[in-house]
Design a protein around this ligand. Structure first.
Ligand code: WTA
Length: 633
């Protein structure tokens, strides 16, 4: 690929060109890929409907770009290195040739089971090679994948399957995660009670947990694979055909299905992978995210493979069997690029340096951070102890809706600054706006972060509800894409993302809507009403604080038991990641006369800052604030 920037001057020149003539800039980048048919128009867009199309008329298949075209030059090079949960279990290395073969076989299994171009497929799997293979197999035949993170509940899976009307589910008997065994198939079985669109379930064997196999619906992946050949020509896709749906939380309602399309997403995830991490031939790239999130889609699967890179896929967790696991993996596989989340760094910091010092980390050349603001302490610990002050840290800011990284240093090229995502990548045009939508010019300012021009990886719609896409991202500030993040731009023009300005929480790097958690809490018998806010948490970044009105306690129910029941309810409705860290029972919530909850006050109390609660005179019942303050947990 010859789109890799080599110097800061080149970055500046590329940036300038990308702003002056975006179409020419991206057309040149896109020439690096294999298109069955070239596009006729590079870009058509408006942010009002919105309507964004890139590489119009272009035909391609992303798997030909990720697999087939590498066979002649690097067929025997590792594409995926898989490290299992248990360090004593043998891992797997798949060369590009082997991966190509397996993707084609899996694609034929899907076809055999009735899947056609355009069908939606739900994937609920552990972090095993078969997950990446399933994703690519869908792309091979033009089916749309919707990967659901293995920690979500049956209810969450059912909601996602129904929203996208998935026809088939790919899962496994179970998953190993640290010391735990999670019965994935059984969770899927619960979900499917309410999912009439699903005709078939393909089950991979991983844990050998006993599973129910429904006749006529459920088939074993291993048996299916025996029935097919490895010959599966790639389906020809339009650049704007849907590639995948990925559900993400917002400030209102249920999670929405963010839609990415084949051409733009491919170009953008691949371009940003190569540039941000400065990937060099034969390096090993280890992104610790789960493929169930966008980071895994773009920087474990598509971005690396489109560049012919070697990507490491890890099944387990950073602290199993002990807190040295990441470092052991780096040493064992001679990892060159490590891309992880601040929450993982903070959690590993708390174990001290002993687990780090046991391993040789000298293979590392670039470190990455993603998912939430990285605090200065974590940044320096990462720099000093993992990078040994010798590896650039790329603090990459982006979102599910963006397809790839938008603001980040380019490793070794952009001068870094702790806690700053630094500068926009070529093609990215950030603006800061005040609450009236007025663009704030100049440096040394802060505001709400928006984008004023599309890049190839921007979401195209939210599945089945285009109006929701317009409302959520394009209506707050007309003519702009609104990120939902607050941001400051310092004197040097460097960007620092300060966190969400809407009702979305970022807990351990996971996006969770407060409304979603409230709905889940309210499903518990005895809960009358609840309000959820975030508060600073040393490891998770943000913790979840729930204020709950219940009518059970006066009945003589035990408060601790009721709290546990509420946690169990939230786990059941969303998944364990959404469980509140703190629950406070209250008799009322601070509401305005029009019935709106004043979250500002609840946030302050949750943060432990009750000195200045601001104006409370508009409250219906100001006394309730005193009660809440007194009972804060
Ligand atoms: C936050 C994850 C600060 C931000 C790729 C954004 C960050 C949300 C950073 C998107 C970063 C992500 N610094 N905040 N480097 N990266 N965020 O959709 O609030 O899971 O809006 O995508 O995470 O989360 P999502």
């Amino acid at each position: 690929m010859n789109y890799q920037i080599q110097t800061f001057d080149e970055y500046q020149a590329a940036y300038q060109k990308s702003v002056e003539d975006p179409e020419a800039f991206w057309a040149e980048v896109a020439q690096n890929f294999h298109w069955r048919k070239p596009w006729t128009k590079t870009l058509q867009w408006n942010f009002d409907e919105p309507n964004v199309k890139w590489f119009i008329g272009g035909k391609l298949n992303i798997t030909e770009n990720c697999l087939d075209r590498h066979l002649a030059t690097r067929g025997d090079q590792p594409a995926i290195i898989w490290e299992p949960n248990d360090p004593h279990e043998a891992g797997v290395t798949l060369t590009y040739r082997m991966l190509h073969d397996q993707v084609c076989r899996m694609a034929n299994v899907l076809k055999r089971n009735g899947v056609r171009k355009g069908d939606r497929i739900c994937i609920y799997m552990p972090m095993v090679p078969e997950l990446a293979i399933a994703v690519l197999a869908c792309a091979r035949i033009g089916a749309v994948h919707s990967v659901v993170f293995g920690g979500f509940s049956a209810q969450s899976i059912a909601d996602r399957i129904n929203d996208a009307q998935c026809k088939l589910v790919i899962t496994s008997d179970g998953a190993f995660r640290g010391g735990k065994e999670i019965p994935l198939k059984s969770v899927v079985d619960d979900a499917l009670i309410g999912c009439p669109s699903v005709e078939r379930v393909i089950v991979m064997t991983r844990t050998r947990t006993p599973v129910a196999m429904l006749k006529g619906r459920d088939v074993w992946m291993e048996q299916e694979l025996k029935q097919v050949t490895a010959d599966c020509p790639a389906e020809e896709m339009d650049a704007e055909d849907m590639l995948f749906i990925l559900y993400t939380s917002g400030s209102t309602g249920k999670p929405k299905g963010v839609v990415h399309t084949c051409g733009g997403y491919m170009v953008y995830s691949a371009y940003t992978f190569s540039n941000v991490f400065q990937y060099k031939e034969n390096q090993v790239h280890f992104c610790t995210a789960d493929i169930g999130w966008i980071t895994g889609h773009s920087y474990i699967v598509y971005g690396p493979l489109a560049n012919g890179a070697t990507t490491l896929l890890f099944e387990g967790v950073p602290t199993y069997p002990d807190a040295g696991r990441f470092w052991e993996i780096v040493d064992k596989h001679q990892v060159n690029i490590l891309y992880t989340a601040p929450t993982a760094i903070r959690s590993l910091m708390s174990f001290g340096l002993e687990p780090v010092q046991k391993y040789d980390l000298s293979s590392l050349q670039v470190l990455g951070s993603v998912g939430e603001p990285i605090n200065a302490e974590a940044w320096h610990w990462y720099d000093d102890n993992i990078g040994k002050n010798n590896c650039p840290i790329v603090d990459t800011w982006w979102q599910t809706e963006n397809g790839g990284i938008l603001i980040s240093p380019i490793a070794g090229i952009t001068k870094t600054k702790p806690t700053y995502a630094t500068l926009p990548l070529p093609g990215v045009q950030p603006v800061l706006v005040d609450e009236n939508g007025k663009i704030i010019e100049g440096n040394g300012v802060s505001g709400n972060l928006c984008m004023k021009f599309p890049w190839p990886g921007i979401l195209r719609t939210t599945y089945g509800d285009h109006e929701r896409c317009r409302q959520t991202y394009f209506s707050t500030y007309p003519g702009l894409y609104f990120t939902g993040d607050g941001c400051l731009r310092d004197e040097d023009g460097y960007y620092r993302i300060t966190g969400r300005v809407d009702d979305v929480l970022n807990v351990s790097g996971h996006r969770i809507g407060t409304a979603e958690v409230e709905n889940a809490i309210n499903m518990h018998t005895g809960v009358v009403e609840s309000a959820v806010v975030g508060y600073p948490h040393d490891i998770k970044g943000q913790g979840i604080y729930a204020y709950v009105i219940t009518d059970q306690l006066p009945d003589g129910h035990d408060a601790d038991l009721t709290k546990r029941d509420i946690l169990a309810t939230v786990s059941r409705v969303i998944g364990p990641i959404a469980k509140p860290d703190k629950i406070q029972f209250v008799t009322g919530l601070p509401k305005t006369r029009s019935g709106k909850i004043m979250r500002r006050i609840l946030r302050k109390i949750a943060e432990g800052d009750t000195s200045n609660l601001g104006d409370t005179t508009t409250l219906l019942d100001p006394a309730v604030v005193e009660e809440i303050k007194a009972g804060a947990v």
